[in-house]
Unconditional design. Structure first.
Length: 181
C-alpha cells in the first residue's frame, strides 16, 4: 500500500521492494521448513495427497488431511513470489495479489481449524468410550467386599470349630488311659 503512493521516489520503492522480497523469502522458508514427524506440511507434500490419520479402533475409522501448498508462488491468484512494487501500477497489482494470498491462507487456516475441532471431538469421544469400558470391566471383575468378608469370617469360624473338635477328640483316648492306668 505504501509503495502505491505517488509520493515515493525510486529509492523509496527500491527499499520497499527489498523488504517485500525478504518477506517473500520468509514465506517460502516457513513453507519449506514447517514439519511434523519429519514430514513437510506446507510445501505441497500434503496438497492433494489425502494423508490419512487413523482415529478409531476399527479399520474404516480415519480422517483424510489435505493441506494446500503455502509457498509464495502458490498463494493467491498467480502467487506472490513475483510481486514487484517498484512502480505505482505494480504496487496496485501487488495489493490485489497479496489480498488474494491472505484470503488463501485464511481459507486454509479455517479448514485446518475445522479439522482440529473434529479431531479434538474424536479424542473426547474416545476418552469417554475408554472410561465406560473401564467401568464396565470393573463391574464385571471387581468383588463385593462385604460378601467376601462374610464368607471369609464364616470359613474362619468353621475352621476354628473343626480344630477345637479335633483337639477334644484327641484328648478322649488319653482320658481313658488315665482312668485305666
Amino acid at each position: 500500500v505504501q509503495s502505491a503512493s505517488d509520493t515515493n521516489v525510486g529509492e523509496d520503492r527500491a527499499a520497499l521492494q527489498a523488504e517485500v522480497t525478504a518477506l517473500i523469502a520468509e514465506i517460502d522458508r516457513i513453507a519449506n521448513n514447517t514439519e511434523f514427524n519429519t514430514q513437510k506440511l506446507l510445501n505441497g507434500d500434503f496438497s492433494g495427497a489425502n494423508k490419512v490419520i487413523h482415529i478409531g479402533a476399527n479399520s474404516g475409522q480415519s480422517v483424510n488431511i489435505n493441506i494446500a501448498n503455502m509457498q509464495a508462488a502458490n498463494l493467491g491468484s498467480g502467487g506472490v513470489a513475483g510481486v514487484s512494487i517498484s512502480t505505482q501500477s505494480g504496487a496496485n497489482t501487488a495489493i490485489t495479489t497479496i489480498d488474494n494470498a491472505i484470503k488463501a491462507v485464511s481459507d486454509e487456516r479455517a479448514s485446518l481449524g475445522a479439522l482440529q475441532n473434529r479431531l479434538e471431538h474424536t479424542i473426547n469421544n474416545l476418552g469417554t468410550s475408554s472410561e465406560n469400558l473401564t467401568a464396565a470391566e470393573s463391574r464385571i471383575r471387581d468383588v463385593d467386599m462385604a460378601k467376601e468378608m462374610m464368607e471369609f469370617t464364616k470359613m474362619s469360624i468353621l475352621t476354628q470349630a473343626a480344630t477345637a473338635m479335633l483337639a477334644q477328640a484327641n484328648q478322649q483316648p488319653q482320658s481313658v488311659l488315665q482312668l485305666l492306668g
